[in-house]
Ligand binder design. Structure first.
Ligand code: ZN
Ligand code: ZN
Length: 352
């Protein structure tokens, strides 16, 4: 059975004794799931490695020392501090939206092994939100904290940005058909693969200038998680291409392309706005080159080729971004050169 694009999706049942048991009958959407968590028989082979990676990535925000950041923050230039605040405010919004929206997507996924991944992702998005609150608690005074958390109330650029992203997610609240579902999957893919990045590169740039090293380390752990989330949504979209090819008509592929191009445009404009031209080491042009390169990576990873002819390789002046964000290097503490793989419980004190 295939779904037509305007057909409302059926929410997965909570308990369905008549559901299909054979793994060959399992479908990403529109399947007849028992809703039993059967991880012994999995249809999608990438789920096992995704799960292992996501669990190995477990981290605790308070394990990162922010004492240098407490000293550095008041000494940042006004431009640096303004950018730090605005970028943090935007990241707080992105992770809040992700935590809240992932269960809406999971309601329509009829492969429980994929729902397992979405539950872990939602947990990680909550950890990210908590890491921002730890940073704000440690680095800023209470008035500043609230100013950063709710900056969209006073910054019209941030409000417009959040509104665009939030409206795309809201579409699926209003209209639960297959085409709108595809749009919200793409919106997730763009959020994970593009919207975080001018923020991430700002923090990495501060660190390479010797400032706010703890904040950069928090961001590196978040970045590592976001990479797995991107992997998850790319995999869901690729499976849908096989299972529901009728959803990927040339009109719909053009629609997805336009969504990504608009996402890239907005990320570049946002980067130019928050950074201005007074941040040592990072200019708006550098952001534009890197985000277009990411746009190419994202579009080609879905099997659709390149978006921007001149941005096929990582810009040479941005090699430091991947040095910070490289998932393999995160396993070693970048600043203290010791293993931070979470293999112990001694740091936790049971005070019950
Ligand atoms: Zn996150
Ligand atoms: Zn994420």
């Amino acid at each position: 059975m295939t779904l037509s694009e305007n057909q409302p999706l059926i929410k997965k049942p909570l308990f369905n004794p008549d559901g299909d048991i054979d793994v060959l009958d399992r479908r990403m959407i529109g399947g007849n799931t028992t809703n039993l968590n059967d991880f012994n028989n999995m249809k999608y082979p990438w789920v096992s490695s995704w799960y292992r990676q996501a669990m190995n990535n477990f981290w605790i925000p308070e394990e990162i020392n922010l004492s240098q950041d407490v000293k550095d923050y008041p000494n940042l230039s006004d431009a640096e501090r303004g950018a730090y605040d605005k970028i943090l405010s935007f990241l707080v919004f992105l992770d809040s939206l992700q935590s809240a929206n992932l269960p809406n997507i999971a309601e329509y996924i009829t492969a429980n092994e994929v729902n397992l991944c979405l539950s872990i992702q939602a947990f990680q998005e909550s950890v990210h939100s908590q890491s921002y609150s730890y940073m704000l608690d440690t680095i800023c005074d209470p008035a500043k904290r609230n100013e950063i958390l709710y900056q969209w109330k006073t910054d019209e650029h941030l409000l417009a940005r959040n509104t665009f992203i939030g409206d795309l997610y809201n579409e699926f609240q209003e209209n639960r058909d297959a085409r709108t579902f595809l749009r919200v999957l793409m919106a997730n893919f763009i959020l994970e693969g593009v919207y975080f990045y001018s923020g991430f590169m700002f923090f990495y740039n501060l660190a390479r200038m010797g400032k706010m090293p703890g904040s950069a380390q928090e961001i590196r752990y978040i970045n590592r998680d976001e990479n797995t989330h991107l992997w998850l949504f790319r995999s869901i979209i690729l499976e849908l291409q096989k299972e529901e090819p009728q959803l990927f008509s040339s009109e719909n592929v053009a629609m997805l392309r336009e969504m990504l191009e608009e996402g890239v445009r907005q990320e570049i404009a946002w980067g130019r706005y928050v950074l201005g031209d007074e941040i040592p080491g990072l200019t708006g042009d550098m952001v534009e080159g890197y985000i277009k390169y990411l746009g190419n990576l994202r579009w080609s990873s879905l099997g659709f080729g390149q978006l921007y002819e001149d941005y096929r390789t990582e810009p040479a002046d941005m090699a430091w971004v991947s040095q910070y964000s490289n998932a393999n290097m995160v396993k070693t503490d970048f600043f203290e050169a010791k293993s931070t793989a979470y293999a112990k419980s001694t740091a936790l004190v049971d005070d019950l």
